[in-house]
Design a protein around this ligand. Structure first.
Ligand code: ATP
Ligand code: MG
Length: 463
């Protein structure tokens, strides 16, 4: 089947009882939002991922509503609501404990540039706030499987674009002319790849082609928007297949350019290590464990940082300095592609800066490492590096064993690890109290600075 071109206004309607769904499949809060809008004289439907996922027997993670009411009119219907967004204005409605996103039906993309809808030179829509009817809104959605509307009054799914057919044949199909739609919003390239893995669908040929031929469109996407999108791609339970697709379609260069270069250089088992990290993350999600964007960004940037650190080490830097400088530099560079907030970026850098400190573990340093809030993530990355032959297995085993011991046994193991002949005075120097101060902070790469900045004051007794 080719792409749905004709903007036919003939809709197919499917009773949900015939699709194996019950009205209770849909969030009672989202249904209430629709019904209140209908009672106020507007049209309103549950749309998008919630309908798609329910039809596939998956649990929708959130509910979106599409309505004929403008954002201002919607806001007037719900006391607990606010209008957000500029490029694409939507209303957040708080219904009991749930947040429902309400969007107004969009009109077709117009060649005429207006204050409410305009594009840049590449065709990317910078603003899309011209409102229309349900029949218009359908064609402004990205994929056919995301353009199914659930009517909460008639209990029917409304399908203008053969989305039900694509659900059945497990096909991701962009609506309209694929290249134009990707140009309008290049994030759709990433969404295509994400839904392919999330749903286990295939990409329709015409939808797939520009993903390989036009990944450079991503270069125009604001870095802040890519941050959210990348997390949805990689830490939602299907990161491993997404990672392989991102490599396959040549998208990595536009997400993590330095990592892409390091993978192509092939001096580290980077591809395998990242894929393994993604697989571990996916497994954690499957069994209901939490996952962290801190670890994700550390792993993603690791190949570039280790490669750069090695060049610094070759030119005479100590490993700790080399990793510190490499991490600071590459995280700063990465910001121009994906803007990583400091609350994630700083601990992520610490996970990397801790890496050389795992080697040749010595004295109080070891206790200090164990106290770092990001120790666990840093240890997990070190284990992966060991699994792929970068860190020797004795080092990895030493740290693994250490964590099984009580405090007293730990100290025996740590001080026993000191090489015979190392100076006693070293140990003395390291017994300063500062270790307890930084117990729960992400203080690794600020530790040195702090030491320099705060020379100990000598208390001079006044007599
Ligand atoms: P999930 O919630 O699993 O990410 P979803 O399909 O619900 O999937 P959302 O980002 O929540 O995705 O968007 C809700 C709906 O809004 C989509 O199903 C789609 O109809 C529409 N939509 C979202 N992003 C775009 C886009 N970039 N272009 C066109 N339509 C979009
Ligand atoms: Mg959604």
């Amino acid at each position: 089947m080719s792409k749905p071109k004709a903007q036919s206004s003939k809709a197919k309607r499917y009773a949900i009882s015939k699709l194996g769904l019950k009205p209770s499949t849909f969030s009672a809060n989202a249904v209430k939002v629709c019904q209140e809008l209908v009672a106020a004289g507007y049209e309103a439907y549950i749309v998008g991922g919630a309908v798609r996922d329910s039809l596939l027997g998956m649990h929708p993670k959130d509910f979106d509503v599409a309505t004929s009411a403008t954002p201002e009119q919607t806001k007037r219907v719900f006391r607990r609501s606010r209008i957000i967004g500029r490029r694409f204005r939507i209303v957040h409605v708080y219904m009991r404990d749930e947040l429902i996103e309400v969007t107004t039906f969009r009109a077709p993309a117009n060649k005429l540039q207006t204050k409410l809808q305009h594009a840049d030179a590449s065709g990317r829509l910078l603003r899309d706030n011209v409102y229309g009817k349900l029949e218009d809104d359908v064609w402004r959605r990205d994929f056919t499987v995301n353009a199914l509307y659930y009517d909460t009054s008639s209990h029917e799914v409304i399908d203008y674009c053969d989305g039900m057919q694509d659900i059945k044949s497990k096909t991701i199909r962009l609506m309209g002319d694929p290249l134009t739609r990707y140009q309008e919003d290049p994030v759709r390239l990433l969404r295509a790849v994400r839904f392919k893995s999330k749903l286990g669908f295939k990409l329709d040929k015409e939808t797939e082609q520009p993903v390989s031929t036009h990944p450079h469109l991503l270069a125009t996407v604001p870095a802040a928007r890519l941050f959210d999108e990348v997390l949805k791609m990689f830490i939602k339970g299907y990161g491993e297949p997404v990672f392989y697709d991102v490599l396959h379609y040549g998208l990595l260069e536009y997400l993590f350019p330095e990592t892409d270069k390091a993978i192509k250089k092939n001096n580290l088992p980077a591809k395998k290590l990242i894929a393994q990290a993604m697989q571990n993350t996916d497994q954690r999600i499957t069994i209901g464990k939490t996952v962290s964007p801190v670890f994700f960004f550390a792993v993603m940037l690791w190949p570039a940082i280790e490669t750069l650190a090695n060049t610094y080490i070759k030119s005479g830097d100590s490993p700790v300095n080399a990793w510190t400088h490499a991490a600071l530099r590459l995280f700063a560079d990465q910001q121009s592609t994906i803007s990583i907030p400091r609350r994630i970026g700083v601990p992520s850098q610490n996970v990397l800066i801790m890496q050389p400190r795992f080697e040749k573990p010595k004295g109080r340093r070891v206790l200090w490492m164990l106290e770092q809030s990001r120790f666990r993530a840093a240890y997990d990355l070190m284990l992966l590096r060991s699994e792929f032959g970068i860190v020797d297995s004795e080092t990895a085993d030493w740290w693994t064993k250490l964590q099984t011991l009580d405090q007293g046994e730990k100290e025996v193991m740590i001080f026993g690890a000191r090489k015979p002949g190392s100076k006693k005075s070293n140990t003395k120097k390291r017994t300063r109290k500062k270790t307890t101060k930084k117990k729960s902070s992400d203080a690794v790469h600020t530790a040195k600075k702090k030491r320099k900045r705060a020379p100990r004051k000598r208390k001079t007794k006044k007599v």
